[in-house]
Design a binder for this molecule. Structure first.
Ligand code: NDP
Length: 294
């Protein structure tokens, strides 16, 4: 029997609807309008699409969306001055600087300048440290979405053997911490890992966040495993146009795994939905309200 396809599109739509309900409630009960500011520097076409999509979904959830489009030649000091203004702006509860940045700008310095309370990308060292310490934190959106998808298959991840392939600050490392918080037993793999296929075969949960098209083969999987494919890779299709594939050989995985996320239509859908969740959570925390029920 082929694996269950985990429908990221549907799960993300449900999550966005819950966020919209909560936004309406905090507006009604507390006069709070959560606001997200997105800073886009330069004109990377993929980033422009992401930012447009974020703005559309933010407004659809009933929140305020502020877009700051800056030229690629802008100086680091000017970007830092904008971040400082946004940090002090009471109508802004979430700040996201779209990465990657043009050459000449230092992403670490800019991310570190964001007020951790407004760091809805969860990349500030304060949030990364809080997450690693098991404290409440704003958490990177893609790992958060990946956990929600895994939990759409398993009520609890407690005691499960998970492998996370990739150790980036954006995906792999926070994912590991979230899995520990769920009481999973976690193996962290990376480019120096030996015999990755054998490690994968021991895992009930496989999270692939590598950036290598279809690297994880069907033969690497334990029968019945749940596979969350974070990878987004563009490769030339048969018609000469680029097509999107994940880090997992999807057709092969479908024959072995218990459940698999498709690419597109899996984790990617969850990332923006989780950004809305983080903006709502940040707004409630800044206003001193209890955490929203999403
Ligand atoms: P990075 O390039 O920052 O990290 C890749 C990780 O994979 C590194 O830790 C690297 O190891 C590891 N790696 C590389 N080659 C191998 C290998 N042969 N075997 C095992 N591990 C390997 O990528 P990101 O974490 O930013 O992104 C990963 C993927 O997720 C990409 O395809 C990206 O497009 C996608 N992505 C998707 C998002 C979504 O919304 N769905 C959002 C963000 C990313 P080492 O540390 O040793 O170099």
């Amino acid at each position: 029997m082929p694996a269950q396809i985990i429908d990221g599109k549907l799960i993300a739509a449900e999550l966005r609807a819950k966020v919209a309900d909560e936004v309406a409630r905090v507006k009604r009960e507390h006069g709070l309008l959560p606001g997200l500011a997105v800073v886009l520097i330069g004109n990377d076409p993929a980033s422009e699409v992401y930012v447009r999509n974020k703005a559309k979904q933010t407004e659809a959830a009933g929140m305020a969306s502020f877009e700051h489009k800056l030229p690629a030649e802008i100086s680091q000091a000017e970007v830092l001055a904008l971040v400082d203004r946004l940090n002090r702006d009471p109508s802004v509860h979430g700040i996201l600087v779209q990465l990657p940045l043009p050459k000449g700008l230092d992403a670490n310095t800019i991310v570190n300048a964001i007020d951790p309370a407004k760091d809805v990308d969860g990349l500030h060292p304060v949030n990364a440290g809080r997450l690693a310490s098991g404290l409440p934190a704003l958490t990177p959106c893609t790992p958060l979405g990946s956990i929600i998808l895994a939990k759409s298959v398993h009520d609890s991840l407690e005691g499960m053997n998970a492998i996370v392939i990739g150790r980036s600050n954006l995906v792999g490392r926070p994912l590991v911490q979230l899995l520990l918080n769920e009481n999973a037993t976690v193996t962290i793999a990376h480019s120096r890992t030996r015999d990755l296929p054998a490690l994968c075969r021991r895992a009930d949960l496989v999270f692939a966040a590598v950036g290598r098209p279809e690297m994880v083969r069907g033969g690497w999987l334990q029968p019945g495993a749940t596979v969350i494919d974070v990878g987004i890779n563009r490769i030339p299709g048969a018609d000469g146009r680029n097509r999107l594939v994940g880090d997992v050989a999807y057709d092969e995985a479908m024959l072995v795994a218990g459940a698999v996320t498709p690419v597109p239509g899996g984790v990617g859908q969850m990332t923006v939905a989780c950004l809305l969740v983080n903006t709502l959570r940040a707004a409630c925390a800044i206003k001193g309200l209890p955490a929203p029920s999403v």
